[in-house]
Each structure stands twice: as structure tokens, then as C-alpha cells.
Design a protein around this ligand. Sequence first.
Ligand code: ATP
Length: 241
Amino acid sequence: MALALEQVGVAFGGFRALADVSLSVPPGEVVGLIGPNGAGKTTCVNVLTGFQRPSTGRVLLDGRDVSALPAHRLRRAGVARTFQAGRLFTGLDVLDNLACAGIGLGLGRAEAEHQASDLLRWMGIETLESRAAAGLPYTDERRVAIARALMGGPSYLLLDEPAAGMSEAESADLAALIRRIAHDRGIGCLLIEHNVGLVLSICSDVVVLDGGRVIERGDRKVILGSSVVREAYLGAHAEAA
Ligand SMILES: Nc1ncnc2c1ncn2[C@@H]1O[C@H](COP(=O)(O)OP(=O)(O)OP(=O)(O)O)[C@@H](O)[C@H]1O
């Protein structure tokens, strides 16, 4: 059981954004995906969620080849994501943002609202329920986007830079939430983050991309000890990690 990329390549015209990338996200675990700007991280998420078809290789969902499935089918099959920008429905309140996602997944209105309330409570943000999505502070917007991605009870969750713009304390809260999502709900998470310290604190398995290729993978010790990673990516951030 896992959500996986198997030797995936993606070409945009003559430009190879990904080459021979394999990675696997098991249920209940948080796998980190790091790398410098333009390394191909978001492209990986796009391929894993059906927003981008791989040019070569396969996407496997619990052993099934889902490479050709479009995004909405993969979402219904249990693969959810958040985006770098929150992408909430700004004309709706928070509860309706979640309920709409539930209805899109086939739930009835009452059931969708019930599930939405439950999720907001589980995340400790039930006071936001009737707030307009448009006026939310940045970190609340991020948390609501995560809650919305949890509608329908996905098996896998891909988080694209969820801590961007957060303070250290907010990032620590987010780390605790991601751990709970994985451990309490059994959801396999892929965490893309520029905050390497955050990734290394949560993930026992980290994949490092550079130039569209996997240049290293392993736990905190392997990543911090890797000269390839240091050269390609950590550089000035090495101390912070
Ligand atoms: N639709 C597209 N058409 C052409 N090139 C693209 C497209 N999407 C991404 N790219 C290019 O592919 C490469 C990988 O982009 P990607 O967004 O996956 O990197 P990233 O690691 O997520 O970067 P960042 O950390 O800056 O978000 C970049 O050079 C980007 O310009």
C-alpha cells in the first residue's frame, strides 16, 4: 500500500522537469520532498494528483496504475492536495468551503456540513466556521485549506509548502497537525517545504530533488550528512536545519 511515482519523467516541450523520479508515500507516514527552487517538487505533486500526466513512468495508487486518471477522479479515489496559494472559495464562509468540497465528492449537503463541522473541531478551528474565507489571516487560510483537503477522508494528502510565510511557533503547530493527520488518521502525507528544519523534524524519510532528479533520500542523519545535498541545496540553510 502506497502512493508512488515509478521512474517518472515529465517534459515540457524540450525541457525535462522530471527525470526518472521514484518515490513512495506509505499510509500513516510523512515523507518529505525538498530541493532548491525549480527542482521539480510541485511537478511531482501535480503528477501524483492527476494535474499533470507523466511523459514516462507510472503513478501507482495502492498498486493500481492511475497515471491516466484526471485530478477529480484521483481525488475521489483518495488522493488530496493543498496548493501553494490557499485557493479557497473567497465568496463563501469557512464551513461552506469544506461542505462544497464534500458535495463535489458525492456527499449530500447535510452530511457534508456535518463532516465539515467535525473536521473543523478536530483541528481546533471551529470558531472560524462562519467566518468569510476572503477575510482570513494567512495562517488560518492555510489551516482551512488543509481541513478542506481532509473532506471525504482521503488516504493520501500532499502538502505544497504549507508553512510558507508562517512564524516559527505557527510552523511548530503545523508540524503537530501534520503528525496527527498521519498518525491519528492513518493518512500518508507528502510534505513539500522550503523550511528544511520543519521537514527534518517530522519526516523519517526525505527525498531530495535537484534539476528534476532524485539526488538523495533517507532520514535526518543521511540528509544532514550528505555532501551532495549540501552542495545542491542546503548551502546557506545548513545551519538552520
Ligand atoms: N507548465 C510548465 N511549462 C513549462 N515549464 C514548467 C511548467 N511547470 C513547471 N515548469 C518548470 O519545471 C521546473 C520545475 O518546476 P516546479 O514548479 O516543479 O519546481 P519546484 O521545485 O516546485 O520549485 P519552487 O520551489 O520554486 O516552487 C521549473 O524549471 C519550472 O519553470
